[in-house]
Design a binder for this molecule. Structure first.
Ligand SMILES: Cc1cc2nc3c(=O)[nH]c(=O)nc-3n(C[C@H](O)[C@H](O)[C@H](O)COP(=O)(O)OP(=O)(O)OC[C@H]3O[C@@H](n4cnc5c(N)ncnc54)[C@H](O)[C@@H]3O)c2cc1C
Length: 377
């Protein structure tokens, strides 16, 4: 163990009331929610990278509560009420993000969204949209969240899709700016964030927990919260969380890009949006589920090529582009597509696994986490 100076012991590494591992969206919102409920709490976040590195700064920046085929698939997996509960949380989460930050500082763009659909005829699709619109009315107060607008496809530069469904409540934001703003807000409220420290193991003590970071420093706290998402099983055996790599490509600038908005296809397995005059496109995990169940950030050429081919197939041939950048991030998945929150068999609390849609979920899940943790003080 490294010997700490008295200064370090009394500041950066001082005992905390709550230690949070992971400074992604979940960790940051959790810290802020705890501080809001109890301003005197001493809260320290431990993040192993120089900036959060998992999903929060690597995603596509959709502020969405779900596309039609994704919501329908969720009903199959988890039932109607559970789908509605999650969609409702995402809807509230978007409002909460906007209540915290002016649109300009998080790059919030109320551009509206679309889903492209190929495997349904118009009548069947309209019936399903009516059904979803009825269900979602109580959440959004919008009479018709989803509307079939096939005629808009040419003007958006899209081709080789049968149908287009618009969702005018959907939006996009800048994920890096959101994380930066949340981190700055946390620091301004006296929350400590220690970057570059890996939590390697913990011990339960009579006073709470001792957390060992990089095997050189130990930190103590009354409560320990893992917001470690896909990496949770490095520290905790349960619950079991599967990693899922998401890969993204970004095109060159496209002069007069006609496509504005966020777009989904195939239950959310493909998603794209305009980013200024470029197109950001991600997904394709369903091409190779087994290969993408990995913690490695190194992307795969197979998926990158499939994403590029998808774009060439569905963008009007007159729209020329090259792929200028690509990156990947790691999501955390549960078997039932529901996030996990709760105390784990080993003791620490875990708030993890937004199953690939955490931008709008994390602000609301953090409220549950704060309530649960404060009930244990
Ligand atoms: C490619 C991609 C596209 C996505 N697109 C969208 C989208 O458009 N809209 C949407 O809503 N959601 C999207 N998501 C999902 C969304 O980004 C996540 O649900 C959300 O960011 C999860 O936040 P988190 O804080 O739980 O996890 P993470 O952001 O992964 O944060 C976990 C943090 O814990 C840290 N950590 C882990 N282990 C340790 C340890 N032992 N010690 C110290 N630190 C540790 C990691 O370094 C990491 O920073 C996407 C995800 C990906 C990968």
């Amino acid at each position: 163990m490294k010997s700490l100076s008295i200064w370090e012991k009394q500041t950066s590494y001082a005992p905390a009331d709550v230690l949070i591992i992971g400074a992604g969206l979940m960790g940051l919102w959790t810290a802020l929610e705890l501080k809001k409920s109890r301003p005197a709490l001493r809260i320290t976040l431990v993040e192993r990278n120089s900036t959060p590195l998992g999903a929060s700064t690597r995603n596509a920046g959709f502020a969405c509560f779900g596309s039609p085929t994704e919501l329908l698939s969720d009903i199959q997996t988890m039932g109607e009420q559970a789908m509605l509960d999650l969609a409702g949380m995402r809807w509230q989460g978007i409002q909460k993000i906007r209540a915290h930050f002016p649109d300009a500082v998080i790059g919030y763009d109320p551009c509206g969204g679309y889903e492209c659909i190929n495997d349904m005829d118009a009548g069947e699709l309209d019936d399903k949209l009516n059904y979803l619109n009825q269900l979602l009315l109580n959440i959004t107060s919008e009479q018709a969240v989803f509307q079939r607008v096939d005629e808009r496809m040419p003007a958006l530069g899209l081709c080789a899709f049968n149908h287009l469904v618009a969702n005018r409540t959907e939006a996009a934001l800048h994920s890096g700016m959101l994380v930066e703003q949340l981190s700055a807000m946390a620091l301004s409220k006296g929350i400590r964030i220690l970057y570059g420290l890996t939590a390697t193991r913990f011990e339960k003590t009579t006073a709470g927990y001792t957390l060992f970071v990089d095997d050189t420093i130990s930190l103590t706290a009354k409560q320990l919260v893992c917001c470690t998402n896909a990496f949770t099983n490095e520290l905790l055996q349960e619950p079991v969380i599967s990693p899922g790599r998401g890969q993204i490509i970004l095109t060159s600038p496209i002069p007069n890009l006609p496509m504005q908005g966020t777009f989904h296809f195939d239950e959310g397995f493909y998603y794209w949006r305009h980013l200024g005059d470029r197109i950001l496109l991600g997904g394709g995990r369903n091409i190779d589920f087994a290969g993408e169940e990995t913690h490695s950030l190194e992307g795969s050429a197979i998926i990158r090529e499939a994403l590029t081919a998808f774009l060439r197939q569905h963008l009007h041939p007159s729209i020329a582009f090259t792929v200028e950048q690509s990156w990947s991030g790691i999501m955390g998945f549960t078997g039932n597509k529901k996030p996990f929150t709760g105390f784990t068999p080993a003791g620490p609390y875990a708030a993890i696994a937004c199953n690939g849609m955490g931008v709008a979920l994390t602000p609301i899940i953090a409220e549950t986490v704060a309530t649960d943790i404060l009930n244990h003080f």
